[in-house]
Design a protein around this ligand. Structure first.
Ligand code: GLU
Length: 451
């Protein structure tokens, strides 16, 4: 990872991050990826290093780690670990999702929280950066178990939250069901119907239209902008989407609406191929209603699709690749295979799904590459729209909300392109996203003093 040479002053900072956060490899990777693009900024504005803005950015404002005890359906006491990393509040209350997955540990939460700062800044909306979660595995757990876990988790976390303090949402393993149980417990403990303390709520209890679809739709709006900048479109394009969760499902739906064909998607057990185009209704039935494995798609689709177990969906060739599963799911070798198949555009629907080697190969091959901070910012942007509606006790229509999301994605795209050009790296969306996100938060930090 450290093979790419950083600007000297940034190298010192990176060494410090490695030392202070030993063993947190995903966090190191996320920090390195940002520092790698800040060289030209530091040359132009040495004050960001001199006033320790970058050093402060790498150190979370607050990190909360707590025990989450609960009783399973067999009466056995289970212990999980809960996390909330309140990373940066220069632009607004800490904002970012909660992830429930067995792989969650401090290094994952910090990488996600760190990325969230820049992503949220890039939206132009008043939201700081944070992230949280637990190593709890919801897979195979009953509704009652999930509820008891969420209630126990919230019994500790509630004291750190508030609509002006810290506003969680969903991520992997956390959807409307889990947000409901957590919001219910928060409301019970605090005796306040404080809608703005969570986003991703259900539509009957303070949620926003389009929030469920927003990350997937937003990623596709972003790709559409990239294609448009080359006078191209989704029409006739073959697309591969990894994952089959909330981001993947709505990315597929929007790609089909815009004329592309998604020929495959996946889960952690394997992938499906459906040359006629993945049927979103069938996928939703398998994943959202039955909460089952993706192999069941093939039975329900009756003859039109195949299931390939234990292999990666990235062995399918395509014009456009949209990784929507999880961090580091797309390796250098898989990137090389995609490039060989003629893939011209890659956009990250998930957070950091492409390894540094993959990103480097895409850049060298001239593949247009959109990092998650820009491409998947539609989810959190729509969360900010949910907060706006909650604050004014209003609710907007689906059309109005979707239009705002599309506008925001268009603005993020243009900001990335213009910033990359301004800093001498035209077409580099990674540099554009990192630098534009960084400057907005750095200027706010500088205005707020040493805090
Ligand atoms: N977990 C999502 C993300 O990675 C959404 C966060 C939010 O809506 O607060 O951006």
């Amino acid at each position: 990872m450290a093979e790419i040479k950083l600007h000297d002053k940034l190298e010192v900072l990176f060494d410090e991050v490695m030392h202070r956060n030993a063993g947190e490899t995903e966090f190191h990777q996320a920090v390195h990826e940002v520092l790698d693009t800040l060289g030209p900024v530091v040359v132009k504005h040495p004050e960001y290093v001199d006033s320790a803005i970058i050093r402060r950015l790498c150190e979370p404002e607050r990190q909360i780690i707590f025990r989450v005890p609960w009783v399973d359906d067999d009466g056995v006491v289970q212990i999980n670990r809960g996390f909330r990393v309140e990373f940066n509040s220069a632009l607004g209350p800490y904002k970012g999702g909660l992830r429930f997955h067995p792989s969650v540990y401090l290094g994952i939460v910090k990488f996600l929280g760190f990325e969230q700062i820049f992503k949220n800044s890039l939206t132009g909306l008043p939201i700081g950066g944070g992230k949280g979660g637990s190593d709890f595995d919801p897979k195979g757990r009953s509704d009652g178990e999930v509820m008891r876990f969420c209630q126990s988790f919230m019994t500790e976390l509630y004291r750190h939250l508030g609509e002006y303090t810290d506003v969680p949402a969903g991520d992997i393993g956390v959807g409307t069901r889990e947000i409901g149980y957590m919001f219910g417990q928060y409301k019970r403990i605090t005796n306040r119907y404080e809608s703005g303390v969570f986003t991703g709520k259900g539509l009957t209890w303070g949620g926003s239209q389009v929030r469920t679809e927003a990350t997937g739709y937003g990623t596709v709006f972003f790709i559409d902008e990239m294609l448009r900048s080359k006078k191209d479109s989704f029409e006739g394009k073959q697309v591969v989407v990894s994952g089959s969760g909330n981001v993947a499902i709505y990315a597929i739906e929007k790609i089909h609406q815009l004329g592309g064909t998604v020929i495959g998607c996946s889960d952690s057990g394997g992938y499906i191929v459906d040359e006629k185009g993945v049927d979103v209704e069938v996928l939703r039935e398998v994943k959202e209603v039955r909460r089952a494995r993706i192999g069941e798609y093939v039975e329900l689709r009756a003859g039109g699709a195949t299931y390939v177990p234990d292999r990666s969906v990235w062995e399918l060739g395509c014009d456009i690749a949209v990784p929507c599963a999880t961090q580091n799911e797309l390796s250098g070798a898989q990137a090389a295979a995609l490039i060989n198949s003629g893939c011209k555009v890659v956009a990250e629907g998930a957070n950091m799904p492409c390894t540094p080697e993959a990103v480097k190969l895409f850049a060298e091959a001239g593949v247009m590459f959109a990092p998650g901070k820009a491409a998947n910012a539609g989810g959190v942007a729509t969360s900010a729209l949910e907060m706006q509606q909650n604050a004014s006790r209003d609710s907007w229509t689906f059309e109005e909300t979707e239009e705002r999301l599309a506008e925001i994605m268009g603005r993020i795209h243009d900001r990335c392109v213009e910033t990359a050009e301004e800093y001498g790296q035209p077409g580099n969306y990674v540099a554009g996203a990192n630098i534009a996100g960084f400057i907005r938060v750095a200027d706010a930090m500088s205005a707020l003093g040493i805090v």
